[in-house]
Write a protein that binds this ligand. Structure first.
Ligand SMILES: [Zn+2]
Ligand SMILES: [Zn+2]
Length: 435
């Protein structure tokens, strides 16, 4: 993989050089003089003009070649790589889009590692290309004939899924997008890296704390062994990734996991989802601080965001805006259609808490109606805050009820969640017990 696109050899006609440099006029005039040249390929790797244009992001030339139907969008080089694979490898998003529009097949495998364009995007960390390919898979016949989730978890010749590659190569954005699209967080590789490696093993080896954070939040298992009997913690230690090892140590506090009942809420509004994800990651970062302190590591710089802006906003908010369950955070999530509101932390706690029967959707803690849709609360201006109707809809009927809701959610006991058996269902202590 990653071979150069040298076209110095046998380019006396100047076509490949012109394609590589994006010189559309020269490309046109060369082809007018000798139309058969379009079928020439480079000597070593047998790249077509389309391969060279796609890899170099020459969108005008890619468009010309495709629109004039001069070359097949799925032409193959020596390694059976398509122009789409090369565009995904080099992160040329406009070429990826154009090729897919022109009907390029996203389900082609190269002959080197048996990889698809999705593997290439994941390996090289181009999350925009990855997203475009996933969108194409979701909306094309592949979703029907192959199944979308099968495509997301497609394996290369050594049994690596795109998630394995993104985790190994330290690309947290790709890891996130893949998990969000249904990538299996605990899949084991066949022969890639150490056999039996999970994405968590590979992230431990790569040393990306961000990837580990994402994988753990999606329920990656810190206890899963590879074929040599190693857990991810041991892999991190071996590669001297100390901070990663601290998070992966099975004896350190378990991270909060993206709750599976949320998957049963059919319409989780994008904004609401982003708020919940942020709350989850923030809660986990608070945990990490304790873990790192205990392990003698500096808190990684990426967790700097804690106090900037968000807390300042809260200090200016009137009591009316506060969540009626914890009285600690601002209401950011609204249940439809009942209209009850709570903070993202309490919403997460509510969904995490429903562990006994994870196949039933969680219910609204205020009116007990099934939660089928969560939306983000619209940000209101100061004047609108005084609207008594809004206040009422947010408030439970009486304070006693609020207490019983707390009990229902298990909110007061989250700080000592271990006494309930699993820290997984808990929300960080920062969310509670300050009232
Ligand atoms: Zn709350
Ligand atoms: Zn309700």
């Amino acid at each position: 993989m990653g071979q150069g696109l040298s076209c110095r050899v046998q380019d006396e006609h100047g076509l490949f050089t012109a394609v590589q440099s994006g010189d559309l006029e020269t490309v046109r005039s060369v082809l007018e003089r000798d139309p058969d040249l379009i079928h020439q390929t480079t000597v070593n790797d047998r790249h077509s003009a389309l391969h060279i244009a796609a890899a170099n992001g020459r969108i005008e030339i890619v468009s010309m070649l495709l629109d004039d139907r001069l070359l097949n969008s799925d032409s193959l080089n020596r390694h059976k790589q398509t122009p789409l694979m090369l565009a995904a490898m080099h992160g040329k998003i406009s070429c990826v889009q154009k090729l897919i529009e022109a009907g390029a097949n996203i389900l082609m495998f190269d002959s080197m590692n048996g990889r698809t364009c999705l593997h290439y995007a994941a390996f090289y960390g181009h999350s925009d290309c990855l997203q475009t390919i996933l969108f194409a898979a979701r909306t094309s016949h592949i979703a029907v004939s192959w199944g979308f989730s099968r495509f997301v978890n497609i394996r290369d010749g050594k049994g690596a899924t795109p998630l394995h590659l993104a985790a190994r190569q330290q690309h947290p954005n790709c890891v996130h997008k893949l998990l969000d699209s249904g990538a299996l967080v605990c899949a084991s590789t066949g022969g890639y890296s150490f056999p039996g490696s999970t994405p968590l093993h590979l992230a431990a080896r790569g040393g990306s704390i961000e990837c580990i954070r994402e994988l753990l939040a999606w329920g990656a298992d810190r206890h899963q062994h590879d074929s040599s009997g190693r857990i991810p913690y041991m892999v991190a230690l071996k590669h001297k990734n100390g901070a990663c090892a601290a998070l992966l140590n099975p004896s350190s506090a378990e991270p909060l996991v993206w709750p599976s009942p949320l998957k049963f809420i059919s319409e989780l509004h994008q904004d609401a989802k982003a708020l919940l994800e942020r709350a989850l990651m923030e809660a986990n970062r608070e945990r990490e601080k304790t873990i790192f302190k205990g392990a003698g590591h500096l808190v990684p710089s990426s967790s700097q965001s804690d106090n900037d802006g968000i807390d300042d906003n809260i200090s200016e908010v009137s009591e009316m805006e506060l969540c009626c369950i914890c009285f600690d955070h601002v209401c950011t999530i609204e249940v439809q259609d009942c209209g009850h509101q709570m903070c993202a932390q309490c919403t997460l706690a509510l969904c995490c808490h429903n562990k006994v029967n994870p196949s039933t959707p969680p219910v609204c803690p205020f009116c007990r109606s099934k939660i089928v849709r969560l939306v983000a609360v619209e940000v209101k201006t100061a004047n609108q805050d005084l609207n008594p109707k809004l206040w009422k809809s947010r408030m439970p009927n009486c304070m006693e009820e609020s207490c019983s809701i707390k009990g229902l959610l298990g909110v007061p006991s989250f700080g000592k969640a271990r006494s309930h058996g699993s820290a997984r269902i808990s929300v960080d202590t920062q969310c509670i017990d300050k009232t």
